[in-house]
Design a binder for this molecule. Structure first.
Ligand SMILES: [Ca+2]
Length: 368
């Protein structure tokens, strides 16, 4: 009888979630209510996988019209909410009992076996097993939690050949980066029968913010001297890393040690207009960043300098300083109004301590 109930629930979930995307004939009509619901979600913090998972959980109730409006600022989240496999994994997290859901919201990793699951949770697990070609009889456990500061992982383990343990995972809550967001917009254009707008976060003309131009730093980025400790050499290493990236294939890498004396930064100037409010973001990763010799712990950063037409600073720069030591990808963000007299902003990326730092997914948007 219990089994029958579970099957009944599975069928219910199939009807609710696996009937395929509800492709509309016409694009959804975004009214004021939909706009306001989308705005509530898009105002939430989205700097790390756990925050983005909170957004996904909160956005599950949105109508298609509100999701279409949300796609203007967060196309990746809307892609996950409208794709059946991602959506089932999000619904699984939403089905967890309140104490476990609380742990999810705290960023803890939660492990669940069938024994601790109620019938709703079991029904979703069964559906997830089916979507991932896992025999439900072989299912062992679910494990959900953030991974490497990049994604939120939903992992299922099952018994494989010779009693080995096989795992299968769904990566959710990836960061919104220019390249991945564009992929989501293409997918959502098919889903909604209309391309999501980008009105709410107009992109300023930053070029090659993902360092994808090739295996060498493109001419759009200019090296400028940031600081010199005594003699003028040796200079810090700055190159394109072809193995580590959070967006696309490449990232920007800085490396220095206690012998390094001259530190260059990587910069790009963009024309702006006084009164604009601008948001600059990058993801940064580090390996053994440490202060040696005369280095300063605050010299790993994303900065925005405000310049007049001749390149002279007209106001103090804004900086978002990265953490030292070793960490996976983390967000750095600056939101600032363009001060009076500024014609250009100069975006600056720098790591002027010993160790290695990577930057990727640099974006520049007009927020007001
Ligand atoms: Ca990249």
């Amino acid at each position: 009888m219990v089994v029958d109930m579970r099957h009944a629930l599975t069928i219910l979930f199939c009807v609710l979630f696996f009937s395929g995307p509800a492709l509309a004939d016409r694009p959804p009509i975004v009214d004021a209510a939909a706009e306001s619901q989308a705005a509530q979600i898009s105002r939430m913090s989205d700097g790390d996988p756990v925050s983005r998972m909170q957004m996904l959980l909160a956005a599950r109730e949105l109508s298609d019209a509100a999701l279409f409006a949300l796609a203007a600022t967060h196309p990746g989240l809307v892609e996950q909410l409208t794709d059946s496999t991602y959506r089932t994994a999000i619904d699984y997290i939403g089905s967890l009992p309140p104490p476990e859901l609380h742990r999810v919201r705290q960023g803890e990793t939660v492990i669940r076996t069938l024994r601790s699951m109620n019938s709703t949770e079991q029904g979703i697990v069964e559906a997830l097993c089916e979507a991932n070609s896992i025999k439900f009889k072989k299912f062992q456990a679910m494990r959900v939690g953030p991974l490497e500061g990049r994604i939120y992982r939903v992992e299922m383990t099952s018994t494989g050949k010779k009693k080995s343990t096989v795992s299968s995972e769904i990566a959710l809550a990836w960061p919104g980066t220019p390249e991945r967001d564009e992929e989501s917009r293409v997918i959502l254009t098919r889903y909604f029968n209309a391309r999501p707008s980008q009105i709410n976060n107009s992109v300023l003309p930053l070029i090659d913010g993902s360092f994808e131009a090739g295996p060498a730093l493109s001419e759009d980025w200019v090296l400028r001297e940031a600081l010199v400790l005594g003699p003028n050499v040796p200079v810090n290493d700055i190159d394109i890393d072809t193995r580590n990236a959070i967006d696309g294939r490449y990232s920007l890498r800085f490396h220095a040690d206690d012998e390094t004396r001259r530190f260059n930064m990587v910069t790009q100037r963009i024309t702006v207009v006084e009164g604009m409010t601008i948001r600059a973001r990058t993801q940064v990763m580090s390996d053994n960043l440490r202060v040696e010799f005369q280095q300063r712990p605050t010299d790993v950063y994303l900065a925005m300098s405000f310049l007049d037409i001749y390149g002279t600073p007209v106001a103090p720069p804004k900086r978002a300083v990265a953490r030292l030591h070793s960490h996976t990808w983390e967000l750095l963000e600056i939101i600032a109004p363009v001060p009076a007299g500024a014609d250009l902003i100069q975006l600056e990326l720098l790591s002027a301590v010993s160790g290695t730092a990577w930057f990727d997914g640099v974006t520049l948007e007009l927020v007001k």
